[in-house]
Design a protein around this ligand. Structure first.
Ligand SMILES: *Cc1c(COP(=O)(O)O)cnc(C)c1O
Length: 338
């Protein structure tokens, strides 16, 4: 917790227009620490997306609350109508996941939260720099997390994460929780644990953050090429292309390029045979589909269907335009044989 970390936290606040940020050991810790700072009681329910990393649900579980997965909408993000249908007297909060580097419809999510006196904690692990109505992922509600795991849009050399929050009292609480109950002056004032982002990683992240916009630009460019090349294939449902207007509703950073594809497993194999690696997010399961979840809630038809078809095409700054065209042509050639 030396100067490198303090510098990086300040850069992060400037980049995301967040009032406070705290470097922590990983984004899962960030979510847990944010939830620990809330007055959560056993049996409290927190609504989250069914299409998210287990970390969202496990953070809820680890503080003694109950994760309630909601269905996804046509953009594969948390569906506001489904959230509304799950609210009851035990509901205390909503945890939207800003998945694949795209924010949910935060107008609707924040309105539902306000109307029902619920907190919003964003799982924005994948979404550093993503915006909705020019507001940054992680800065909408009570708190948000960012992950610097190497596979994320801004990665460090191992695990790392950050908390965003906008209230000085919340900042103090989470700050103490992440450093053995010590406040910013180093005095022990409460209980806490150790969840630090170390200086070496902070220094590297601070350096990388300076050119992070070029990473976002390139990811958006690749998404545009995929969209142009693939949009006429009726067997695919693509993510929304980057909104290139000067004041976009959604400004997406494309952590992933995830789509729904007819005959997904055959397509995957065909691409593999042509030296193209693909991924299926979360091992191909929504959080409610893991056996240990013992899910007994309402059907989540959109999520269930999506997990039969979802696939992620190569998306990273090391791809050339030729690579992206090659992937697109190979997808075309697979469907032309049907
Ligand atoms: C990666 C990820 C996390 C967890 O991040 P860690 O830094 O690995 O703890 C949580 N939620 C989502 C949506 C993620 O993609």
């Amino acid at each position: 917790m030396q100067k490198d970390l303090i510098d990086f936290e300040e850069s992060l606040c400037n980049f995301s227009s967040s009032l406070f940020s705290i470097g922590v050991a990983n984004a899962t810790d960030a979510l847990e620490l944010i939830l620990m700072s809330l007055d959560i009681k056993p049996g409290d329910e927190i609504i989250c997306s069914s299409h998210t990393m287990l970390a969202s649900a496990s953070a809820i579980k680890m503080v003694g609350a109950i994760p309630i997965p909601a269905d996804i909408g046509s953009d594969n993000l948390l569906e506001p109508k489904s959230v509304l249908s799950l609210i009851n007297s035990r509901t205390v909060g909503i945890m939207p996941t800003q998945l694949n580097g795209r924010c949910c419809d935060m107008d609707q999510i924040m309105k539902i939260a306000t109307d029902n006196h619920l907190f919003v904690v964003e799982d924005s692990a994948q979404a550093l720099g993503a915006r909705f109505r020019s507001k940054h992922a992680g800065t909408f509600g009570y708190g948000g997390c960012i992950s610097f795991f190497p596979a994320k849009v801004l990665g460090c050399l191992g695990d790392g994460g950050a908390v965003f929050c906008q209230d000085p009292i919340v900042f103090d609480k989470i700050y103490q929780l992440h450093d053995h109950g010590r406040n910013i002056d180093g005095e022990v004032v409460s209980w806490g644990r150790n969840s630090r982002l170390d200086n070496l990683n902070a220094a590297i992240l601070d350096f990388k953050l300076k050119s992070y916009q070029t990473v976002i630009d390139r990811r958006r460019q690749i998404a545009s090429i995929y969209n142009d090349n693939l949009k006429d294939i009726p067997y695919l449902r693509l993510p929304p292309p980057p909104d290139l207007s000067s004041q976009p509703l959604h400004y997406d950073v494309f952590q992933n390029y995830e789509l729904a594809a007819h005959r997904r497993d055959d397509l995957r194999q065909y691409l593999k045979d042509h030296q193209i690696g693909t991924l299926v997010q979360w091992g191909g399961k929504g959080i409610h589909q893991w056996p240990h979840f013992k899910y007994t809630g309402p059907e989540l038809p959109a999520t269930n269907k999506f997990f039969e078809e979802c696939i992620m095409l190569p998306m990273n700054v090391f791809l050339s335009d030729d690579d992206v065209h090659y992937v697109s042509e190979t997808v075309h050639s697979f469907y032309s044989k049907l």
